[in-house]
Design a protein around this ligand. Structure first.
Ligand code: ATP
Ligand code: MG
Length: 219
């Protein structure tokens, strides 16, 4: 089994997430991508979040019809006990379920990877699984290598692969999806169409549930 974990707030899931997942699935022959909405994202505690149930429901709708896309409850509130969802803990839980022939990667956008040094036990996390880092407009992929101190790197690497002590960083530079959840929320608040930005079933859900109608964020 070749498994990737895709963690996020998914508030809501959008076509950028899905483009990243599809590109990773093709390039790395992934058998499964677990989409894992965090009930309590460690770095987003300041802002009111859409409830976990809504975010998970939208992930489920977006995964429908793609056998490899699996909505995951690994970071559901009942799994988290009120604690923030730290990726290192989720990765360890999944790794413990997999055997030696299996491969585990973490799928992440370039913006989020650049923030990695602020994540809990981030050096242990880099040792725990491969990373598939997907380009995102506005976040230079060239900066990626600078995030990782030289002593953690094992050799020079190539344009799309940076070998680490036990794992590797894979750079996927072909995704150019200029979509963000904040942008989708803002459009929804303005009553604008979400066509093309989120799957139709997700747009439908947002409308039926009246989500993001009162989005007062500056961004
Ligand atoms: P927000 O605008 O609220 O920050 P977001 O669009 O960044 O939301 P998240 O749920 O924060 O979405 O992102 C989850 C993961 O998906 C992160 O690793 C992020 O880098 C990645 N990601 C999100 N949007 C894109 C995109 N357009 N292209 C590539 N990766 C993306
Ligand atoms: Mg984000």
């Amino acid at each position: 089994m070749n498994v990737a974990l895709f963690g996020g707030t998914f508030d809501p899931i959008h076509s950028g997430h899905l483009s990243a997942a599809r590109a990773a699935m093709k390039s790395f022959s992934l058998d499964r991508i677990l989409f894992i909405p965090a009930s309590l994202p460690p770095h987003k505690r300041a802002r009111p979040r859409t409830g976990f149930a809504h975010r998970y429901a939208m992930v489920t709708l977006a995964c429908a019809g793609v056998p490899q896309f699996v909505p995951s409850l690994l970071e559901a509130p009942e799994e988290s006990g009120g604690e923030p969802n730290y990726t290192i803990l989720t990765v360890r839980r999944v790794a413990a379920l997999l055997g030696p022939p299996d491969r585990l990667s973490f799928l992440i956008g370039a913006d989020a990877f650049l923030d990695l040094p602020h994540w809990r036990e981030w050096v242990a996390l880099l040792d725990a699984c491969d990373f598939i880092i997907v380009s995102r407009p506005g976040f230079p992929i060239a900066e990626i290598a600078k995030v990782v101190p030289p002593e953690l790197q094992a050799g020079p690497g190539t344009d799309n692969r940076i070998p680490l002590r036990r794992t590797a960083l894979h750079l996927l530079t072909t995704v150019e999806a200029d979509v963000s959840s904040s942008g989708v929320r803002r459009r929804a608040a303005e009553g604008k169409s979400l066509a093309g930005l989120v799957p139709d079933a997700v747009a439908d859900y947002i409308q039926k549930q009246g989500l993001f109608r009162h989005e007062h964020e500056a961004k």
